[in-house]
Design a protein around this ligand. Structure first.
Ligand code: SF4
Length: 336
């Protein structure tokens, strides 16, 4: 803000211009100086001549029958990423945001995993995603976002600096002023960076996409497990908790006849006991064209949940949202 103020001062413009431009840049990203309608034409031209504006633009919007919105964003260099707005019956409005264009981790059940990783998103591009989803939320539901999850395209911990910097802006008083407790960063499991989060004493929550409770099965569906095995992840999560004292959740997608037996549940409980995890989020699998997995029957899911509950595990089933527009967990792949 100070930089903007001194810039406009040098131009002989009024001080409030800085605030106007600041709001366009950080709260109403428009993608061009020309669209900053409360500035004079001359000033807009001057800004366009001197600066470029790499803001994200909404390129395509899809609306699911369950109220979920999927936005496709276009970057200044012509790439596409997606973000999702998920309203729930409990009155929460969650934004699921992407951190990379594509993903290098190639998880077998995830549509993004079949895309090539093009590049990391910059911190302001991630922030723009959140602002644009927040603006949509206010327009459609008259509410601000209540939660943000970094569970869209890409592995957030492989774009560490930009993700943390975007969260700084999201939580800043002159940003969206959102509590970090309402933000969850989800990782496929990069042990070294989980420890780094601990060292940085971050205030947001951490979710580990576990999806299989032994190395052999996890290796089959998540190649990242080859270099970050379960033992190393357990150790990293304990370190994270010791340093940051923040909530940890396990994410576990149920795949038919792969990880949905009571023996799998037993293995999962053993891991849960080794980490100060608050919750296991069971996730309904959303089929994608490229993968061979199926979702288990309702009875199987219920038996799995009942088994975990009987063993005093705090468990919750996360039902799919936005399936009809490919906006559900694991389905983001820039497809219309
Ligand atoms: S699940 Fe996450 S880490 Fe794995 S391929 Fe998909 S986007 Fe990448």
């Amino acid at each position: 803000m100070q930089e903007l103020e001194s810039y406009f001062e040098k131009l002989g413009e009024k001080k409030f211009r800085a605030k106007q431009v600041y709001e366009w840049l950080w709260l109403k990203p428009v993608g061009s100086f020309d669209a900053m309608t409360n500035l004079s034409k001359e000033l807009r031209k001057k800004l366009s001549d001197e600066f470029s504006l790499p803001a994200l633009k909404v390129d395509h919007t899809q609306h699911s029958s369950d109220g979920t919105f999927k936005l496709r964003f276009k970057t200044h260099d012509g790439h596409f990423v997606e973000g999702v707005l998920i309203p729930t019956e409990s009155g929460r409005y969650t934004a699921c945001v992407s951190s990379q264009i594509g993903c290098s981790l190639s998880c077998k059940f995830c549509a993004t995993g079949y895309m090539e990783r093009k590049r990391n998103l910059e911190f302001d591009e991630i922030y723009d995603e959140v602002v644009l989803l927040n603006n949509l939320c206010e327009k459609e539901y008259g509410k601000k976002l209540s939660n943000i999850v970094f569970m869209g395209m890409g592995e957030p911990l492989l774009n560490y600096k930009n993700v943390l910097r975007s969260i700084e802006r999201i939580t800043a008083a002159d940003g969206l002023a959102m509590s970090p407790r309402r933000i969850t960063v989800s990782t496929a499991g990069v042990a070294k960076m989980i420890k780094q989060l601990g060292d940085d004493k971050v205030k947001f929550k951490l979710a580990l996409s576990l999806h299989a409770a032994n190395d052999q099965k996890r290796h089959e569906i998540m190649p990242v497990n080859d270099t970050n095995n379960i033992k190393s992840l357990i150790e990293a999560l304990n370190y994270f908790y010791k340093q940051a004292k923040n909530e940890i959740t396990f994410e576990y997608i149920l795949f038919k006849d792969f990880n949905d037996s009571l023996k799998d549940a037993d293995e999962l409980i053993k891991l849960y006991r080794q980490v100060p995890a608050d919750l296991i989020n069971l996730i309904e699998y959303n089929p994608i064209d490229a993968a061979r997995f199926e979702k288990p029957s309702e009875e199987k899911v219920e038996a799995f949940i009942a088994y975990l509950s009987k063993h005093r595990v705090n468990v919750r089933l996360r039902r799919s949202r936005g399936k009809d527009i490919d906006a559900a967990c694991g389905q983001l792949a820039n497809k219309n």
